[in-house]
Design a binder for this molecule. Sequence first.
Ligand SMILES: Cc1cc2nc3c(=O)[nH]c(=O)nc-3n(C[C@H](O)[C@H](O)[C@H](O)COP(=O)(O)OP(=O)(O)OC[C@H]3O[C@@H](n4cnc5c(N)ncnc54)[C@H](O)[C@@H]3O)c2cc1C
Ligand code: SF4
Ligand code: SF4
Ligand code: SF4
Length: 295
Amino acid sequence: MKRKNCSLCGGCIAVCPFNAITIGEETVTVDKALCRSCNLCKKICPDMSIVGELNIISMYAARSRLKELTSVAQNGGVVSTIVFSLLKSKTVDIFLTSARDFTQPKPLVLTEAEKVVRSAGSRYFYVPILAPIRELKTRDNIGIVGLPCHIRAATNLEKVMGLNTIKIGLFCFKNFYFSSFIKTLAKYNISLNDVTKTEIVGKSMKIHTLSKTLSIKLTEFKSSEKCLNCLNFIPSEADIAVGNVGSLNNFSSVLVLTKRGAEIFEEAREYLLVSDNIDFSKITILQRIKERKRK
Ligand SMILES: Cc1cc2nc3c(=O)[nH]c(=O)nc-3n(C[C@H](O)[C@H](O)[C@H](O)COP(=O)(O)OP(=O)(O)OC[C@H]3O[C@@H](n4cnc5c(N)ncnc54)[C@H](O)[C@@H]3O)c2cc1C
Ligand code: SF4
Ligand code: SF4
Ligand code: SF4
């Protein structure tokens, strides 16, 4: 049995007590023979057609001071720097995020601060970053980096599984199937192994390789129904939300959304250059466009 309306966050795989769910190319599949109809998977599946309530404590534009992140981070490297800081101080034991791998959607479980470069940068395809929760021995001090749907599913998992997580969310307008990423890049003769960076600029995805940069229209990639009906640009349930809109190139825009988020940001400050040069109206515009477009 296949699930429709899925952004492959991996949350249901983490919660299923009977290991009945497997990840597929465009959705998850439930093995009827193993399923005992407990409904936990439905309970934690993030409903992205509901807009989350936003509570902003403070906001900044920031960039990393860590030299090793300069060439690999997506924008200011703030997300990776926060992850680095929390693993280094052992405030967080385990960070769940996505691997810096353009050849497959690969969740990554990070435990060492020095290995944070292995996750830097953005992959514009679905990565089931929550699935590894299933294998974790601990329920405390878990960090999560993810899109608004990952963050909402993680919030649901906290209630159902009793997890204690720190959540760093990314702004997100839309994401795409890895299958369509492979297909489209093949059409333009780009080998996945050659990709060094991907970025969304306007209505196109820029693909950087060692030898060239190509701009491909977003209409050439395919999204899930979940994205098409998603009203959340800002990950409102996160402790800290980060994106690129609203600040200068090579900086990341940072919204601190909880008291714990404020403590985390203070802790990471020693590794960051922080300014208040952030234009929040640009962030709000994208949240509003997303809400309006999907009505
Ligand atoms: C699919 C997607 C859509 C986005 N859309 C927007 C947008 O419309 N507007 C905007 O302002 N910003 C958007 N962002 C956020 C932006 O691309 C940067 O992630 C953000 O600005 C942080 O930059 P940084 O240099 O601080 O992050 P870095 O230090 O480079 O860290 C990036 C983090 O993102 C994680 N990550 C990368 N790809 C994925 C993925 N597919 N799923 C889950 N986690 C992932 C990495 O593992 C890493 O932890 C999007 C990101 C993604 C992945
Ligand atoms: S969106 Fe997440 S929780 Fe919902 S079916 Fe897909 S993988 Fe499972
Ligand atoms: S209903 Fe329960 S047993 Fe069945 S797939 Fe969902 S979580 Fe697993
Ligand atoms: S648009 Fe919404 S559902 Fe799609 S990846 Fe982004 S947060 Fe998830």
